[in-house]
Design a protein around this ligand. Sequence first.
Ligand code: C5P
Ligand code: C5P
Ligand code: ZN
Length: 472
Amino acid sequence: MEERAKEIAKKLLKCKKVHIVSHIDADGITSASIAYRALKRAGKEVSYQFIKQLEGDEIERFREENHEMIWFTDLGSGQLDSLTGIDCVITDHHEPRGNAGIPSGMHRGNILSYCNNTILELNPHRYGLDGSTELSGAGATYLVARELGDNKDLSKLAIIGAVGDLQASREGRLVGKNREILAEATDSGYIDARKDASFYGLESRPLQKLLQYASDPPLPGLSGDGTACMDFLTELNIPLKENDRWRMWYQLSKEEKRNILSAVGKRMLRYGYPPSYVESLVGEVYTFPDEEWGGMVHEAKEFSTLLNSCGRYRKGDIGLEICLGDRDEYYKKAMNLLRGHRQVLVDCMKVVKDTGIEKMENLQYFHGEDRIPDTVIGTVVGMMLGSGEVDNSLPMLGFVESVEKEGLKVSSRGTKEMIDKGLDLSVVMSECSKKLGGEGGGHNIAAGAFIPEGSEDEFLALADKMIKRQFG
Ligand code: C5P
Ligand code: C5P
Ligand code: ZN
C-alpha cells in the first residue's frame, strides 16, 4: 500500500492543478480535507466538490470537464470501469467493482497501473484488508498525504473519518491499518486514546440523555425513557446538575462513571443480555489535545457527527472549513445544521415507527416514501437495526424516493454476527440493483443502491433470495 501511495503522490506532484471529488459524509469530508491541505502545502492549485454518489451522468460530466487531474476520495473504486480514460487517482475503501479490463484473479496492487496507466487506485481491499473496518477513505487518503510532504498532523482527520464510518464500533476500538495510523497520531501527540464508556455524546449530551439515547447496545428499561434515566441516576446518587448546568459524562469522577457502568451492566445481565453486550459498554475513546473539552470537536465521534450534519444537507464546504481549523463562522453554521440534523433524525425514527417494519424470510425493511430524506436513510436504517426493538438476526433495508431524479434509494445495514455468517450487502445491493437497471455497492456491513421507481417488490424478492444463499 505504501508503494502505491508513493506512486500516487508522485503523479499528483507532477500536476499544476488538482480537482478533488469526494463523498458527502464525515469520512468523505475528512478525506477531501486531507487531500486539500496536503496538496496546498505542496504548492498546488486545488478545487473540490462533494457528491452523494459517483454515477453514470456524473462521470460523463467529469469526462467533459477535462480536468488536468481528479483525485477521487472515499469513492471511485465501485465505478472503476466507467472511469477508464479519465486522468485520475483514487483513494477509497469501498468494495471495488470492475477491473478496468483486467481479469479479477490477477488484480493485485501494481497490475492496475501496469495495464491502465491513467488510473492509480489505493484501496485496502486490493491488499487483503477489510475496507469496512481496517482502513477508511480518509485513512487511504492520509497514506498518500504522508507521501506528499510532512502531513502527520492530518492523521487526526484520518481517525475522525474512520470513526465516522463506524470502523471502530465492531471491536470497540480501531483495528488494522487504522490502528497504525492511530499509533502514529498518539505518538506525535495529535490524539489521546483512552478507555471509557462507549456511549455517544460524552461531551455533548447531558447525562440522562446519554443513557436515554443509547442504542448500541440499547439499555434495558432506560433507552428511550427519559424519566427512567433520571430516576436511575438519582438512585445512584449522581447529581444531574452542577451550578445549574446539566452535567456531561466527561465531567464525572472516576467513581461516578464506575458506578453507572456497573449498575447498567448488572441491569443488562438481569434482563438476559449476553456478557459481550456488557463488555461493549466500554471502548476506546479518541480525543484531540488541541481542542477544548466539551462541545462537538474534542472527541472523534462527536466531531464526525458535526461533519455529517454538514454533508447530509449538502454543506460539505462548511465541514471542510471545520476540518481545516475554523472554529468561528463555519463552526457556528455547522452547529446550527447539527440542531436541524438531530431533529430530522428524531422525526425520521417516528416515521419508521408509524409505518412499521415488514419482515421477509431473510431480511426486514421499511418504506419511507417521501417522508425521509435520501441523504439520511442510511443513518436511519442503522439506528433502527441498533434500536433493540427489531429482530437483530436479519439485515435491515430502507427505501425512500430519491430527491434529485426519479427512482428509489435503498440503504441496507447488517451486524458483525451476520457478516460472520456470510452476509455481504455490497454484493446484494450491487447485483440486485443491476438486474433491475439500477446501480449500487458499498461494504459488506453497510451498502446502498439506486433502483427504478416501482421496482421495490422485485428488488426485495431478489435480495431475499440472495441473502438466503449468503447465509447458506
Ligand atoms: O460511504 P461510506 O464508506 O463512507 O459509508 C460507510 C457507511 O457504512 C457509513 O454510513 C457507516 O455508518 C456504515 N457502517 C456501519 N457499520 C459498520 C461500518 C460502517 O453501519 N460496522
Ligand atoms: O447511503 P448509505 O449510507 O446507505 O450507503 C452505505 C454505503 O453504500 C456507503 O458506503 C455508500 O457509499 C455505499 N453506496 C454505494 N452505491 C450506492 C449507494 C450507497 O456504493 N448507490
Ligand atoms: Zn467512507
